[in-house]
Ligand binder design. Structure first.
Ligand code: ITT
Length: 176
């Protein structure tokens, strides 16, 4: 059994579809202001490693919008809580280039730190569509017409940054 340290149930449900032997555990950890998701994730592991009994991982993710110079990026959680999807759509008003990508960094600790990454390229929708969590209703992955919010978890996992990182993590675990 491996613990997934997160306060986000949606992330856990997505992960459980790919990694069956996991359990959610919510232990808050500081998310430092840094230039990369990798640094945030590694800091989290170092903070948690003496507080969790057994193997565990966490995941840090973000939405990077081309026309906004990669904003909200490492600030995605804060920006979602403050201006949300309506705020992002407002910032994008009148902007034609709507390219964006989601990135996920999984940090796994088994005595050593291992990082697994996934990137999903796509674009920002003109309006919110569907449900999901976070930025799901405004992100359309390349290769689909639907937003993440209009997909079920299995379909989203096929495209998503998290699905890609989780499958790489799963391959690593199976090769051990
Ligand atoms: P943790 O407890 O795992 O940290 P969190 O929701 O705070 O959960 P992050 O710190 O990684 O997650 O922040 C990432 C933010 O980016 C989060 O608030 C989401 O709104 C958004 N996000 C990340 N992945 C997403 C996805 O697959 N779909 C929609 N929004 C996503």
């Amino acid at each position: 059994m491996i613990y997934f340290i997160t306060g986000n149930k949606h992330k856990y449900i997505e992960a459980k579809k790919i990694l069956h032997e996991i359990e959610m555990k919510h232990i808050p950890y500081p998310e430092i202001q840094a230039d990369s998701l990798e640094e945030v994730a590694e800091f989290g592991i170092n903070y948690l490693k003496n507080k969790v009994n057994g193997k565990f991982f966490l995941e840090d993710s973000g939405l990077f919008i081309n026309a906004l110079n990669d904003f909200p990026g490492v600030y995605s959680a804060y920006v979602f809580k403050t201006i949300g999807n309506d705020g992002i759509l407002k910032l994008m008003e009148g902007i034609d280039g709507r390219k964006a990508y989601f990135k996920a960094v999984i940090a796994y600790y088994d005595g050593e730190i291992h990082l697994f990454k996934g990137i999903c390229h796509g674009r920002i929708a003109m309006q919110k569509r569907g449900k999901g969590f976070g930025y799901d209703p405004i992100f359309i992955p390349n290769g689909s017409k639907k937003t993440f919010g209009e997909m079920n978890k299995e379909e989203k996992n096929k495209y998503s940054h998290r699905g890609i990182a989780l499958r790489e993590f799963d391959r690593f675990l199976n090769s051990q």
